[in-house]
Design a protein around this ligand. Structure first.
Ligand SMILES: Cc1cc2nc3c(=O)[nH]c(=O)nc-3n(C[C@H](O)[C@H](O)[C@H](O)COP(=O)(O)O)c2cc1C
Length: 176
């Protein structure tokens, strides 16, 4: 598929088939993640792939943002200690979050290309996920990505390209 087609075709999927995702595909998705750019080439993320249905159920219990029953989750974390060592406060507090977002989008686009549905999930209890996955305190889960073969094909929410894109300078349309 062409990149623009993948970008426009990806949807947040919240209903999944029971079918499992092969391990090698899951690895490929995370590999797509690590090819994302990072601030100062810091590469301080940590990705935890969860496929055990019991673990997923427990993570769901502390994550109101996970809808449906995904076959897998990628927990995208940041090693905050390392991010601070490499980039100071800006690295730890700003760049590291952007790096998570960029890697996550790569993962979701690659998933779509593999016919796998995905949904980014920010609404979850970080401490709970750390405890369930044995993650030390300095490695912070920043985003969950639910994955599974889609059991729905939602309409795309409208985009407002004309209202948010300007050439050369900002032009107020409504006095703001
Ligand atoms: C930072 C971020 C956090 C999100 N958190 C959640 C979430 O907790 N639960 C959820 O179902 N969707 C979540 N979403 C998905 C958005 O609702 C979705 O991207 C948006 O409605 C646009 O739909 P689309 O992804 O199909 O284009 C999140 C998206 C982003 C970028």
């Amino acid at each position: 598929m062409r990149v623009f087609e993948v970008i426009k075709g990806r949807r947040s999927i919240r209903k999944f088939e029971k079918r499992l995702i092969e391990k090698k595909i899951l690895h490929k998705l995370v590999e797509a993640g690590v090819w994302a750019p990072t601030g100062g080439n810091s590469q301080t993320w940590v990705f935890i792939i969860v496929t055990d249905s019991d673990r997923i159920r427990k993570i769901k219990a502390v994550s109101p943002g996970i809808l449906g029953i995904p076959s897998a989750l990628v927990v995208v974390c940041q090693d905050k200690e390392l991010a601070y060592k490499k980039g100071g406060e800006l690295g730890r507090d700003v760049s590291s979050i952007m790096d998570v977002a960029m890697a996550s989008q790569n993962i979701m686009l690659q998933a779509y290309d593999e016919k796998i549905g995905s949904c980014p999930v920010l609404s979850f209890y970080k401490k709970g996920v750390q405890t369930l996955l044995n993650i030390p305190e300095w490695i912070v889960p920043e985003l969950l990505i639910s994955l599974g073969y889609p059991a729905e094909s939602p309409e795309p929410p409208k985009r407002k390209f004309g209202e948010v894109c300007f050439f050369e300078e900002y032009k107020s349309a409504n006095g703001r």
